[in-house]
Write a new protein. Sequence first.
Length: 384
Amino acid sequence: VTQAALPPVPGGYRPPPPSYASTPAAVMKAGTVRKMEAVDVFMYPIDKPVSVKRGQSALVPFLSAEFTGGSCVLYNEGANANHLLSVVLFKNAFDFALDGGPIAIFDEETCIGEAMIDTIRPGDEKFVPFGVEQNVAVSSVTTTEQRNVHRVVVQDGNLVLTRYRHTKRDYKFDHKGSSDIKELYLEHRFLKGDYELTETGAPINKTENFYRFLLAAQKATITMFAVTERTLATESIALRYWNNDTVTHYFNLKYIDEAVRDFVQKEIVPLRLSIEKQQVELNSVNSRISVAANKQSTARYSTNNYNQRKEESLTAKERETLLEHLATLVEQEKELQVMYADSRSRQEKLKRDQDKLESLLKQPKYEVDLFTPPPPVGVQPRSS
């Protein structure tokens, strides 16, 4: 910004400019600057000039025109969980933003309510609530359901089942009034995440947090409306734990084909059962080793106690007990060597069979789409 030259003044003296005029950045504190949106600035043209004397104020009308919209009702659980709201659907069809503030709503000559509106940009459409429709009671119930499996994949030793999990919200509008409601707007707060709309009438639009539906409600009638959302859910089942009955069950459900069924029954199930049997036998051998090792430890402790005494101080009974302990040590050592060798051999075979099972589990491959789920429901804007 270039500062224009100031005209001369009588006497040649001119007061210095204010400090902020030359260095505005130096006096601005951090955090006082914010980004200004276009709607933050309001400029309203008026047809005739208006003069306002100093110390006075004046109301200046700048707009007198019809707007696009009309009276209707709205249900938003967060605003009123039990009743509909009487609202005006207001669309700013003018060329400038309308500042927020209080408004009065008239039906012909009668004021039927007051409301507060937020700033409305040009082209925006907003609901302006001004009352509660007591003639319509609203309630809702939420249920969750797992749908049938529609896709199956066998890979990496797992059976992976894919299905949809549906969350359904049933809205009940109990209209006890004497007039039909032609325009009832329902704002349904949608589920966040990987959810999509299904098996539901199409909404007219979608906001940041809501699906918006347009309904009608007849007088003296209960109107039901369901909103269903779905998300994919997967379940992984390991093949290694199957038995022949399990294989037959999944084959009858068409989750696997004949090739997978035969391979699992002939290769995987017998080997898994063999591994389980080997593990039981190995545990038994290791248990016997533990018992023998404890006996040997007891005999060695007693022998060491006798060895610490002079031989002539031992009684005949003690010498006999010492010889028995020595014989036990020799016998237990031979037995332990045999059991250790048996345990190592069993562990090696068990490890080979376990590795073979892991290799076999990776071989079955299969995938199938059992049926095609209905497509998601998209937004269908209201016709003008």
